[in-house]
Design a protein around this ligand. Structure first.
Ligand SMILES: [Zn+2]
Length: 55
């Protein structure tokens, strides 16, 4: 089956059109600062949950 799951933007949670890529959406919709902040917050959450697991 060629059906592909819809891609949801991790920043604004918009569901992208099937012919649009997440990269295209990020470039068109979000600034570098927004993307950077999102990546940074994701990394911080990973670090926090890793700490919680260790304790
Ligand atoms: Zn978005």
């Amino acid at each position: 089956m060629a059906y592909e799951l819809p891609v949801e933007c991790p920043i604004c949670h918009d569901v992208l059109e099937p012919d649009r890529t997440l990269e295209h959406h990020l470039l068109r919709t979000h600034s570098h600062l927004e993307v950077a902040r999102h990546v940074a917050s994701t990394q911080e959450r990973v670090a926090v949950s890793a700490d919680a697991t260790a304790n």
